[in-house]
Design a protein around this ligand. Sequence first.
Ligand SMILES: [Zn+2]
Length: 262
Amino acid sequence: MCVNAISVWRNVAKVWLVVLCLVVLTSCSSVNHMKTLRMFPSPNFNERKYPVSVLVLHYTAILTCEESLVRLCDATNEAGRVSAHYLVDRDGSIYNLVDESKRAWHAGVGSWAGMNAINDCSIGIEIVNAGLTADGKREPFPDAQIDAVIKLCKDIQSRYPIKYVLGHSDVAPQRKQDPGEAFPWKKLAEVGIGVWTDNFAEPKKSVAEMLAGIGYDVSDIDKATIAFQRHWHPEAITDGATNTAGRVAAVWQLIRNNREMK
Ligand SMILES: [Zn+2]
């Protein structure tokens, strides 16, 4: 058997092991305060250095929940060990992989508002989604899945002073695209998770200054601008809408006002 065949069979065996565990765990799924929460421990974590103040949302870019669980719990993957505190499946099932008090390995190298140790101060939520599909389009997020993400985020916000709700691409604009421009940030903001505006404002500073003021690492301004568009001006990516500078100004103003109110 060639090495590739062995590796394929090893992955098939891992997926079946996960399926078997899921059957067992489903029967004891209400072990925590959230009814749909299922415990599925990952070994990929260590100790936090800072208290929780940030929520980082991701998509898995892996097609199935089972494959995502395998990857997020794999302690031997040559591509690196990764994890998240939670994984949310398309049907709204939520898996708890790493205890919130621990540092899950979800964000990697990144920064926001001058903070570099994102994993140390954040809770990471992976959302099962293919990202770009075979025809080059974004996979939409089903309502059941977004309802579960909202429920989970609200629960976390009720227990920690969350200052920022961000996408992986916000904290790592030079490397990441997730959760992508199809993610319904507006819907989350409407129920108090993160901030949103449909407005455009007159820019009073350069786009780079305002993006830095919002929190972005602007060492690559083009990548920082695309990351902003994925989050706050998605129609610029999907439909080629213009005036991203006006939307940057509106978000910058909104975030500045929120900071002044606190
Ligand atoms: Zn990610």
